[in-house]
Design a protein around this ligand. Structure first.
Ligand code: NA7
Length: 544
């Protein structure tokens, strides 16, 4: 049989951080490449999440791509936690710097990706029915990119404006003097509340579950700090690569149990609180997420902070989570708790109350009616598998990806799935939980090296063995199940485990063994000469 020629060597889906990183890598390898994205611009999740107040809570100096030294020289930082606009500007700069834009087809949503055993090619089909073939298929569709749509009763009858935070319109929305409702207290809701409260006539937050909101401590970065960041770049990234969550943080080197003295513990936590966010939760004590009693000490510390900040005791108590810190992703906020001291801001507890919309606003189960001009839904995402579930992905012998991991997602370190040859997942599921740009470098370096090996060795096909997938997935499950926080995450609907989606069974969607462990799984595969992979050469394929 003749070797079939593909339209492109590689097709990437998604033009966010991971898609852009993939495009650069594939270009470097001299491959022809095409990228599709449903949006009209680059950015991926940072394109769609244009809601007021959107910014990362990771440090700017590790929330970047790190594939070339000139990238670091080229870019000046402006804030510790860059805003959505700044991240978009940064990604645009990268895309233009390496002339990657010409490979991207915007406004194109992919409906299906089918692998052919006879040609070893993937056929990628758009929702409009146009098909393109490739040898390598790289979904870079993200782990938090499919918003959970509002399904509240009465949505159709509501006559005011409503917006979904993660599908924010391109036009400017005028909130001045409006009565605004926000539903959702994850990172998204927590960023919107303080941003809109000052301009709103009234702002009401509907809270089903309170969150531990850590102080974000954003600040402007001046020229001196920029120079320091650039000077320390390599050391910072080395640190981030050693950290389980991909943050440039060091282990505290002490535990709450080890310190024991309550005043000393408080002093250390106070210091961490001043530095904020991940430095508070990850650099004060090393046993916060490992030991239930130590966790309770830190959780109670935050509750006391909330009670000290929020003047109305009833509101303060409602804002205090009763579950352990870390059961859900803790947002880093800016003046979130302080905002509840404003006279125009109200908190409505809906933990025991189903809500529905009606013509003028929101009605709670207890029949109380609240009128609003605008409602904002910040309900979270179908994490991990959501984006790939939206595409009909069929591998060898028509094996359906969706069916394959309904009960238990199975991958090799998040990058390969058995029975889906030449499909490399750049960013989706089973990546370590934490700062994604740092994780991406590891994923894409591995994928790049593997494709390079295939090209040099004239290999047409890579398929990971089921045995390797089983042992990785068992390991990922073990990491999760051994954490004391896992049962709390299930119970409190964390997206870590997918129970934020109604009716979904708990599934291990992320890796909780940390970046260094994940990296060592990937590195040892290459060091051993890809022993867990089955390769087929072009010659064998052509004879088939
Ligand atoms: P999250 O963290 O999943 O938060 C979603 C919020 O929406 C959370 O407070 C949910 O309450 C609430 N929610 C979801 N469905 C409902 C219904 N039906 N009724 C009431 N409240 C509801 O998503 P975010 O977008 O804020 O953040 C996601 C990540 O993006 C973030 O962690 C960063 O990594 C970036 P619940 O807790 O389920 O009671």
């Amino acid at each position: 049989m003749l070797k079939k020629t593909a339209d492109y060597d590689a097709i990437v889906i998604g033009a966010g951080f991971s898609g852009i990183r993939s495009l650069w890598e594939l270009n470097q390898l001299g491959l022809t490449v095409k990228c599709f994205d449903a949006a009209s611009e680059i950015g991926g999740t940072w394109y769609w999440n244009r809601y007021p107040g959107a910014r990362t809570d990771c440090d700017a100096w590790i929330y970047i791509l790190n594939f070339a030294p000139e990238l670091i020289e080229d870019w000046d930082y402006h804030e510790r936690c860059p805003s959505q606009e700044e991240i978009q500007r940064y990604l645009s700069r990268v895309v233009d710097r390496y002339a990657l834009r010409k490979h991207i087809e915007f406004g194109t949503r992919i409906a299906a990706a089918h692998y052919s055993d006879s040609t070893n090619l993937w056929t990628i089909t758009t929702v409009d029915g146009l098909s393109t073939t490739c040898r390598y298929f790289l979904p870079a569709t993200g782990s938090l990119s499919v918003p959970k749509a509002p399904s509240f009763a009465g949505l159709d009858s509501y006559t005011g404006e409503w917006y979904q935070a993660s599908d924010w319109p391109a036009h400017k929305v005028d909130f001045k003097g409006k009565r605004i409702a926000i539903i959702g207290t994850g990172s998204t809701g927590v960023q919107i509340v303080p941003k809109l409260a000052p301009v709103a006539k009234g702002l009401t937050l509907f809270q089903r579950t309170p969150n531990y909101v850590l102080p974000g401590r954003n600040y402007a970065i001046d020229e001196y700090q920029t120079a320091e960041i650039k000077k320390n770049h390599d050391a910072t990234w080395e640190l981030a690569n050693m950290h389980p969550g991909g943050h440039a943080l060091k282990p505290a080197g002490r535990t709450i149990k080890g310190v024991a003295d309550a005043d000393k513990i408080r002093q250390i936590l106070d210091h961490g609180w001043e530095r904020g966010c991940f430095e508070f939760s990850m650099e004060t004590f090393d046993d916060c997420f490992l030991d239930p009693e130590s966790n309770e000490t830190v959780s109670e510390y935050i509750r006391q902070k909330i009670r000290a900040i929020v003047q109305d005791p009833e509101t303060a108590e409602l804002l205090c989570p009763k579950y352990p810190l870390g059961s859900k992703r803790s947002p880093c906020g800016h003046f979130y708790y302080e905002t509840f001291n404003r006279p125009n801001v109200k908190l409505v507890d809906i933990s025991q109350d189903e809500i529905a919309l009606y013509e003028k606003g929101i009605r709670t189960g207890s029949r109380a009616e609240h009128e609003f001009d605008v409602i904002i839904f910040a309900l979270g995402f179908d994490a991990g598998t959501g984006a790939l579930d939206e595409i009909e992905v069929k591998g060898s012998q028509d094996k359906s990806l969706g069916n394959y991991w309904t009960e238990r997602p199975q991958t090799f370190a998040g990058v390969l799935v058995s029975g889906f040859p030449n499909m490399f997942i750049v960013c989706g599921l089973h990546m370590p939980i934490g700062n994604q740009p740092v994780m991406l470098e590891t994923a894409m370096n591995w994928i790049g090296q593997t494709i390079c090996h295939m090209e040099k060795s004239n290999l047409a096909k890579i398929n990971v063995t089921e045995k390797a997938v089983d042992s990785w997935s068992d390991h990922a499950n073990e990491m999760w199940n051994s954490a004391f926080l896992s049962k709390h995450a299930v119970e409190h609907r964390s997206w870590f485990i997918g129970t934020n989606m109604p009716g979904r069974p708990p599934r291990v969607l992320f890796y909780f063994g940390g970046l260094p462990n994940w990296k060592s799984w990937l590195d040892s595969e290459i060091d051993s000469g890809w022993t867990n992979m089955e390769f087929t050469s072009h010659a064998v394929t052509n004879e088939a």
